[in-house]
Design a protein around this ligand. Structure first.
Ligand code: SAM
Ligand code: SF4
Ligand code: F3S
Length: 472
């Protein structure tokens, strides 16, 4: 697709700023101090989108609140990746009927991945009359205009057309305070893994211009952010649509030249596009954290084919072996699905054996959830949930033992961490992360927050390490 069609023109963004101004003026005329609440579900990309929504709300004159009861505008920024995620949103929407009863002027909006599903927007139209505004990820940048339409027309507004995906640069962002920041480097997905809804709701892959990413990372480092994660559904295909031959490894190399004290991470990586060049670059670049999230999904070649993943178990193992040969200290994590339609117990155990073979530091484990509209949802799914749950429990047992053993091996060692906040634990009141993103709860005072320090690890369990600061 031509670049002009992908980038939202500056004139359009200027128009949106005019709508922000109109909304601000409307509240000023009423001498009102409006509040807004954004509740985000789902992955980090959605969190990053939520931060842009908050930025636009602030530009419209809203003050942010975490309490939907007191908010004039409530936005549910939703996820569609599993049925459970959708159920939670419908539950929350139900609860909002009460807040709306108390405050009939309240505007309720639903956005994010679920909103882009026709099935969902129709259900909202029919059965959730208290929802005023529904818009999908494609329309995120038009939020000021959509909100204005709701205020002006007093009608329900739906903006869920299946448009070609765009990139809007320069939207305002409200970031989490602290040391961590997220930077989307690309949007959408072209992979159509057969179980996954994301390509249907987020559109085709489009990469931001390298210069836009570089200046955002530079600004974040200058503003004191120390742990920056580059986001994309498959960052390894970054640049494919730019047509210049510039790839993700090139982007990492350029970011690495930005001076300062910080770590760069990235997620997710698709094994089919993970190259030796990427691992060579990671090993060479001092700011790039030695941590890799490389989802494998299944240890069975037949299931991988059915999932349309386009790599084999052996190719996956080769990638990990190559990466570890360059970076022996590499922390490796992954995503895995148990119970894909037709997966047998023997195939699920191939997944368990791959987990044993690789020895992941941590794993995000999911029971397959059929997503209407995807290919896998049409496949026969003969095994009952209770049976799949047993395989799942076996996987967890193996992984938990491994995580605990890998964590135990840290005890007595001194490692560098970035202190990122308070832990809420009285004895170990600080929370910090190693370069490999392992959680370390620490003894120490708040003055350490935001600093890279060395700590001696004194204890561990499956989920966390415990330690105390040492002088170097
Ligand atoms: N693009 C990333 C990738 O490929 O790794 C992340 C995709 S998704 C947001 C995160 C994880 O959810 C996937 O890696 C997969 O393990 C899981 N997932 C996606 N669709 C699923 C489904 N229908 N049922 C269960 N888990 C699913
Ligand atoms: Fe979904 Fe596959 Fe795309 Fe990840 S790469 S978002 S799992 S389709
Ligand atoms: Fe969910 Fe959409 Fe992310 S479906 S996992 S919020 S891309």
């Amino acid at each position: 697709m031509e670049r002009e069609r992908v980038l939202v023109p500056e004139a359009e963004l200027e128009r949106q700023r005019e709508f922000e101004e109109r909304i601000r003026a409307m509240f000023a005329a009423r001498q009102a101090h409006p509040l807004a609440c954004v509740d985000t579900f789902g992955c980090q990309q959605n969190v990053a989108d939520g931060q842009k929504l908050m930025g636009m709300l602030e530009s419209c004159g809203f003050t942010l609140t975490a309490d939907p009861k007191e908010a004039d505008v409530v936005i549910l920024n939703t996820c569609a990746v599993r049925e459970h995620a959708e159920d939670r949103v419908f539950g929350n929407l139900g609860a909002l009927t009460h807040t709306k009863k108390e405050n009939p002027e309240q505007i309720i909006a639903l956005c994010g991945c679920m909103a882009q599903e026709q099935r969902v927007s129709e259900r909202i139209k029919k059965s959730y009359p208290h929802v005023n505004l529904v818009f999908g990820p494609h329309a995120l940048w038009k939020f000021p205009e959509l909100l204005w339409q709701v205020y002006e027309s007093r009608r329900r507004v739906f903006s869920v057309q299946d448009e070609h995906g765009t990139i809007a640069e320069g939207l305002p962002v409200v970031r989490e305070k602290g040391v961590k920041a997220w930077v989307s480097i690309m949007y959408g997905c072209n992979n159509f893994c057969s179980y996954c809804i994301v390509p249907y709701v987020r559109g085709r892959e489009r990469s931001r211009d390298p210069q836009a990413v570089l200046s955002e990372v530079r600004e974040l480092v200058e503003a004191g952010y120390r742990d920056i994660t580059l986001l994309g559904q498959n960052v390894n295909s970054y640049g494919n649509d730019l047509g210049s031959g510039y790839d993700f490894a090139d982007l990492l190399s350029e970011i690495d030249r930005i001076p300062g004290d910080y770590w760069i991470r990235f997620m997710s990586s698709h094994p089919k596009d993970a190259t030796r060049k990427l691992f060579d670059t990671m090993a060479r670049c001092s700011h790039v954290a030695k941590q890799l999230h490389l989802p494998f999904q299944s240890g069975s070649d037949r299931v991988l084919r059915e999932m349309n993943r386009r790599y084999t178990r052996e190719q996956y193992l080769e990638l990990i072996a190559y990466a570890r040969s360059l970076m022996p200290e590499l922390v490796v994590t992954s995503d895995v699905i148990i119970g894909f339609p037709g997966e047998t117990e023997a195939e699920a155990m191939e997944t368990v054996s791959l987990v044993e073979e690789v020895g992941f530091d941590a794993l995000f484990t999911f029971l397959y959830s059929p997503r209407p509209g995807t290919k896998a949802a049409e496949l026969p799914d003969p095994f009952p949930r209770a049976e799949k749950q047993k395989w799942f429990d076996k996987l967890l047992e193996v992984q938990n033992a491994k995580s605990a053993a890998l964590h135990a091996a840290y005890v007595g060692k001194t490692v560098q961490v970035l202190v990122d906040g308070e832990s809420g634990d009285g004895e170990f009141p600080l929370s910090s992360r190693t370069e490999g993103n392992r959680l370390v709860r620490l003894k120490g005072g708040k003055e350490l927050i935001g600093k890279f320090i060395h700590v001696r690890i004194t204890g561990s369990n499956t989920w966390a390490l415990y330690g105390e600061a040492v002088q170097r």
